[in-house]
Design a protein around this ligand. Structure first.
Ligand SMILES: Cc1ncc(C[n+]2csc(CCOP(=O)(O)OP(=O)(O)O)c2C)c(N)n1
Ligand SMILES: [Mg+2]
Length: 846
């Protein structure tokens, strides 16, 4: 028809029916009656956890209705699909829906992995003995949770890249699996509105990730109301996923509908199903059967005949597919068997299923966390929970006894499938790290040809890649910036990972640095995709806990597009205890000069400082980069500390000095004296410099000595965050131990004997140095780059932001004058001599 010029509509959606016809449904392998009882007990306990917590402490919160809609989708997985690792093969990797935690805890309670005390302490983590976290947080429950999923969208995104990373590990022969784990992601239908959820689904199809299964719990509701009241979320998602190349399995209608659909010879029932919008379907879930008869079937009088033999009560109870064990089983089985594509299961459910008037299908359902006695009785009756009338008001937990068929069945199923889930376990052996002496070339400096710290890093990475102990575990991750950072040499050397290899001859094949894709390539070249890169970083950085292998990711990116853009994923790295190095390239508001307002970063260090277990460094010289990375490797991969690193890298070429003797500890602790001021001057000052801006401090040192009789020591500050944390720690201890000898922080003891004034200058906002001001003797005057960046020369930008050598001189003199050490006429003279315009506008305000 297309050839004949007919405009044929694109067919990305199929009829609003189950994808698997009844005739192809497999027999159910389990005892669904026992499973139904187990599921009912889990439902009850999940509800009781939230209700009890909020009865004890009003306002603790929690969600009942999400798990209520998910229960069947989880239980079919737990009883028949989710693989554990008891057989020595990897366990399935499951991203559970973040706010359905009560369901996971309630099952673990039946499995005897948690006891009543745990359930009673849901959301009371600070109670005696600890409590259960609201959401999946590995940091807070490191033997249980693997993946933080409650920042919506991040779980789905991580799952894509985890499935891909599993393929990468296999392609590079870093693992030897006889059974490839499945990656499962349970996603909310509302959650699919997050760009992170759907933004990269095409990757999974492009790379044929048939090890990936998504289950979208289409309960048609999010927090405030319907997801697509005026449309159909299942159809919309089907179009998106089919368009992206996924295998889509819709599980819309429960078995009760099969007979009706079989009798729908005119197609009128299907027509009615298709024209009904989700807002109406939600309404049917809260109304009695008579309403459904009148409004759904009664819309076409002929349809009424179809349901003549059904009572109103039967009509109301007609299942949706996602609550039908057999339909869900059929979908999961088909997903397991599907080859060549990822699978998404779109399962239609009811939010708050079983809560009745307390929240089933209601718009308030998401927030419901209390139930009155009547509602509890109804719930108990509906799910047949053996709790007596006297006890019900207490909402006790119910656990079938050890000798019950339910407990036996549940344990047998998990045993057959290889053990309990979720479970996080760290078995990866430590790696042997290179000693600092192996980086001699960086420690020596190079006072002949100028280079940037970015270049130093790239050379260092190349040498690490060649290291026989750790080279193969390194995962370079690049979001289409390799050429920006001078890393294109690596393409040829270690290859870019591509499951298809390279099906074409690259245009630059003749050059020695050609664009080289390979099936076992080591680089993850993510394209223009910081979010995907972070998901890869997380997959690699947690391989020690997911796969028992230490991988060392180095993710290098434009520092402006890091914390500012994908900061939530970096926060998640802290929770998930990912290891690895984040490298903020082209850092510094004035050092990256031509790119202007949206590129020039003067605040990533500030944002980085908000993550407790992120170690952040701002090195000035090649040897500092080497010392920091060597120590980071040692701490993360040898000592197995739960930390990760953020290191700024700059692109300004400078002459790299040799490392002064004995400064390693100072570099790591955050500050050391780089160059003392000349002897025999009348006044004393100290200038803290970081990154390439330390050179402005050095230039100021000379001017101060030659023109103003001031000897200024120049210090390199590599880590303000750590200096602050250490100082705070001591101050706190001293406050709590008033009668004991006070402790002194590294910063305080290092500066204790120094005389004179202190000035700091950096290519970051003033607040970065200012965070240590209260522990600097006599206070600290900070110069920094507050305000929007501009495109111009470095020189002009540094004058504009008032961090050039002249301003450092002025700041030093004005600090001395403020102390009365010199007269006010001296800074006034300097303003004149240095050509500073005192009426220039403040850069923050222009
Ligand atoms: C990034 C982010 N934004 C907002 C929230 C708050 N939030 C938690 S659950 C929820 C609604 C979830 O709806 P849906 O994804 O449909 O899941 P359901 O509970 O319906 O299964 C919201 C808005 C969050 N957790 N993360
Ligand atoms: Mg929903």
């Amino acid at each position: 028809m297309r050839d004949a010029g007919v405009q044929v509509p694109a067919t990305t959606t199929t009829p609003y029916l189950n994808s698997i016809p009844v005739s192809e449904e497999p027999p159910y392998p389990g005892d669904w009656k026992i499973e139904a009882r187990i599921k009912s007990y889990i439902r009850w306990n999940a509800m009781a956890m939230v209700v009890n917590a909020n009865r004890k402490h009003d306002g603790l919160g929690g969600h009942i209705s999400t798990y209520a809609s998910l229960a069947t989708l989880y239980e079919v997985g737990y009883n028949h699909f989710f693989r554990g690792d008891d057989d020595g093969q990897p366990a399935d990797i499951i991203y559970f829906q973040g706010h359905a935690t009560p369901g996971n805890y309630a099952r673990a309670y039946l499995e005897r992995r948690l006891d009543e005390r745990h359930l009673q302490s849901f959301r009371q983590e600070l109670s005696e003995g600890g409590g259960l976290p609201s959401y999946p947080h590995p940091y807070l429950m490191p033997g249980f949770w693997q993946f933080p999923t409650v920042s919506m969208g991040l779980g789905p995104l991580m799952s894509l890249y985890q499935a891909r990373f599993n393929r990468y590990l296999q392609a590079r022969k870093l693992v030897n699996w006889t059974r490839e784990p499945k990656v499962w992601a349970f996603v909310g239908d509302g959650e699919t509105d997050e760009p992170e959820s759907l933004g990269q689904v095409a990757l999974a199809a492009r790379e044929s990730l048939d090890n990936l299964v998504w289950v979208v719990n289409c309960n048609l509701q999010r927090l405030d109301g319907p997801v697509r009241g005026n449309g159909k979320i299942i159809q919309e998602l089907e179009g998106v996923f089919r368009g992206a190349g996924w295998n889509v399995i819709k599980v819309i209608w429960g078995s009760d509908w099969d007979a009706l659909l079989a009798r729908d010879t005119s197609g009128l029932l299907l027509k009615r199903m298709e024209e009904t919008v989700d807002g109406e379907y939600q309404k049917y879930s809260v109304e009695p059967g008579s309403y459904i008869r009148k409004h759904f079937f009664g819309h076409y009088p002929e349809l009424l005949k179809l349901v003549n033999d059904l009572t109103d009560d039967q009509l109301r109870k007609m299942y949706r597919g996602g609550h039908d064990t057999r339909k869900v089983y059929a979908a999961y089985k088909a997903a397991m068997e599907h080859k060549g594509q990822p699978t998404v299961i779109l399962a239609k459910t009811i939010k708050g299923y079983g809560l009745g008037e307390a929240g089933e299908g209601r718009n308030i359902s998401h927030q419901q966390k209390k139930m009155n006695e009547k509602e509890l009785r109804e719930f108990r009756a509906r799910f047949n929970i053996p709790i007596s009338d006297e006890d019900i008001v207490e909402t006790p937990f119910y656990r079938p006894p050890d000798d019950s068929v339910e407990f036996q069945y549940l344990m047998e199923r998990r045993k057959a499938l290889g053990g309990f889930l979720p479970k996080r376990k760290v078995t990866a052996p430590s790696l042997k790290m290179p000693a600092l002496s192996e980086f001699a070339r960086f420690l020596k400096g190079d006072e002949r040809s100028a280079a940037s710290t970015t270049k130093a890093f790239v050379l260092l990475l190349s040498s690490l890649l060649r290291n026989k102990d750790i080279g193969r575990y390194i995962v370079p991750i690049i979001p289409d910036e390799a050429r920006t950072f001078g890393m294109d040499g690596l393409f040829r050397e270690i290859g870019i990972y591509s499951p298809k290899g390279q099906l074409y001859e690259p245009v630059d094949k003749a050059s020695s640095l050609y664009y080289h894709e390979a099936k076992d390539g080591q680089i993850l070249e993510e394209g223009i995709n910081e979010a995907g890169s972070m998901a890869s970083f997380t997959a690699a950085g947690t391989a020690y806990a997911t796969h028992g292998i230490q991988m060392i990711p180095f993710f290098i990116y434009y520092s402006m597009f890091g914390f500012q853009r994908v900061g939530d994923q970096m926060w998640l790295c802290g929770d998930i205890m990912s290891k690895g190095f984040l490298l903020g390239g082209t850092a510094g508001r004035t050092t990256l000069n031509g790119e202007g307002l949206q590129h020039e970063d003067g605040h990533s260090l500030l944002l980085a400082s908000t993550i407790p277990n992120l170690v952040t460094y701002d090195p000035a010289f090649a040897y500092e980069v080497a010392v920091i990375i060597q120590d980071g490797l040692r701490r993360m991969y040898q000592e197995n500390e739960s930390i990760f690193y953020y290191i700024t890298l700059y692109n300004e070429n400078i002459l790299m000095p040799p490392m002064p003797a004995g400064v390693e500890q100072g570099i790591l602790k955050g500050l050391y004296k780089f160059k003392e001021g000349p002897q025999g001057k009348k006044h004393k000052a100290h200038i803290f410099g970081s990154g390439p801006i330390i050179r402005n401090a050095l230039a100021a040192q000379e001017i101060l000595a030659s023109k103003y009789d001031v000897s200024a020591d120049v210090w390199s500050v590599t880590n303000y965050k750590q200096l602050r944390t250490d100082a705070q720690n001591c101050a706190r201890w001293n406050m709590l131990h008033p009668t004991e000898t006070p402790r002194k922080s590294y910063l305080e003891s290092t500066l204790a004997k120094e005389k004179g004034v202190f000035v700091a200058v950096s290519d970051f906002m003033k607040i970065v140095p200012e965070q240590i001001a209260q522990w600097v003797p006599g206070g600290l005057t900070a110069l920094g780059t507050d305000g929007f960046g501009r495109s111009d020369t470095r020189e002009n930008l540094r004058r504009f932001f008032e961090i050039d050598a002249s301003m450092v001189v002025l700041a030093t003199l004005s600090s001395l004058a403020a102390k009365g050490t010199i007269g006010k006429s001296v800074p006034a003279r300097a303003i004149n001599e240095l050509g500073i315009n005192p009426e220039k506008a403040h850069p923050v305000l222009v």
